[in-house]
Design a protein around this ligand. Structure first.
Ligand SMILES: [Mg+2]
Length: 113
């Protein structure tokens, strides 16, 4: 199995498995799916805290990995529905974080700091 994958390769594969209504004209479905999958990540972590005192077994670690993948799929699809590649999103995010770091504004709050 190939070990490296670009964002574009991932997005192309995610696009091939998009099977919801009005694909290409439906940003609502992937936005709701993203919220749902982020909730599944949080729920898996909650159960690790509840049942295992924050000690993560291999099995639970893999379960979180799977939910992170589901989240990534919805990020890719929501980005596509809005006309972005996930590479666009990643580059914009890194640019924002680099700017905050340069200005010593990584901490604090406000979306546009
Ligand atoms: Mg899931």
């Amino acid at each position: 199995m190939k070990t490296n994958m670009t964002f574009k390769e991932y997005q192309d594969k995610a696009d091939m498995t998009a099977a919801y209504a009005n694909v290409g004209h439906n940003f609502v479905y992937p936005a709701l799916g993203l919220a749902g999958e982020a909730g599944e990540v949080a729920n898996k972590i909650k159960k690790i805290e509840r049942d295992n005192a924050n000690v993560i077994s291999e099995e639970r670690r893999d379960a979180v990995k799977e939910e992170l993948g589901d989240t990534l799929w919805y990020i890719a699809r929501l980005a596509a529905e809005l006309g972005f590649s996930i590479e666009d999103v990643a580059q914009a995010n890194i640019k924002k974080l680099a700017s905050r770091m340069e200005r010593n504004k990584l901490h604090g709050d406000g979306d546009y700091r």
